[in-house]
Design a protein around this ligand. Structure first.
Ligand SMILES: [Zn+2]
Length: 284
């Protein structure tokens, strides 16, 4: 196992939720067909400052959003929106008043095997449980519940492939379906504790972030990822999925406010701040 130097962790902080810098050199943009880049760009994604990378049956865009190749051509034309508050996608989860969303995470294999059937360690599961309890403490119209049976969970937490874990991808998710269901799969790195030394709170923050995408949250700083990721200002655009401002949230995201939906994390703890709570309560 590669030893993580302090600098690597700092770099990781700047690039968490998407590729590490190493990866950008091993995954050149030209591996993504021009037609795909054009479709993503047309939908409003920034494909230059945040190059999509080949991932599973499609691409990771915006760092941690998984879009299957089959969906690329169905993306609607997006617009670049210079607005600043918290944002949701057009599709949201239908709650019917109070909906229980079950999550199943495989724990077999002692968490030692990466990807491809490997399970999550007790430390990762502790992070998942903390993430769930943070949502449930908000008394929303949705309640998350971890189940230990793999039969028909709403969301399945699976390990990224060994290769993706090694190249620094931390997690991926998608957005709710048009029929009002949460996105049904979160792929997580299983080495957040063992390799990166993240605390339970840090792990919970990353899992809660991916859960946030599954129920329709965009990145708080999607209009300018440099707020949390550093580098030059980049706007993810509406991505053909919508970026609807959530009433009651303040204008302008800041790194200091530590929203759990900032694009990049430093691996630390980001429990829901007041604005996050406003946004959660508005949507659910
Ligand atoms: Zn994200």
């Amino acid at each position: 196992m590669k030893k993580i130097r302090p600098l690597t962790l700092i770099l990781l902080g700047a690039l968490l939720f998407h590729a590490c810098s190493e990866q950008e050199t091993t995954q050149p943009v030209d591996q993504v067909p021009d037609a795909v880049l054009a479709s993503l760009e047309n939908a409003g994604y920034d494909v230059f400052n945040q190059a999509p990378i080949p991932f599973e049956d499609g691409y990771l865009v915006e760092g941690d959003i998984y879009i299957r190749s089959a969906e690329i051509n169905n993306l609607q034309k997006g617009t670049r929106l210079p607005v600043e508050e918290q944002y949701s996608t057009n599709n949201l989860v239908s709650t019917g008043g109070n909906r229980i969303i079950t999550i199943y995470a495989f724990t077999g294999g002692g968490g030692k095997k990466g990807g491809g059937g490997g399970g999550f360690s007790a430390g990762m599961i502790a992070g998942l449980d903390l993430a769930i309890s943070r949502y449930n403490a908000e008394n929303l119209g949705i309640t998350f519940q971890r189940i230990t049976s793999s039969s028909s969970p709403d969301i399945t937490l699976t390990r990224l492939s060994k290769g993706d874990e090694r190249r620094g991808i931390l997690g991926s998710a998608g957005f709710p379906t048009a029929s009002g269901d949460p996105y049904n799969e979160i792929k997580m790195s299983g080495i957040l504790e063992s390799t990166y030394g993240l605390s339970t709170e840090g792990i919970a923050t990353i899992i809660a972030h991916e859960m946030g995408h599954c129920i329709g949250f965009r990145h708080t700083d999607f209009f300018d990822r440099s707020i949390s990721c550093g580098g030059g200002p980049t706007n993810e655009g509406d991505g053909g999925i919508g970026a609807n401002l959530i009433p009651g949230t303040p204008s302008g995201a800041t790194l200091a406010a530590k929203s759990w939906m900032l694009s990049c994390t430093d691996g630390g703890d980001r429990p829901f701040n007041n604005d996050d709570q406003t946004a959660l309560n508005y949507l659910y």
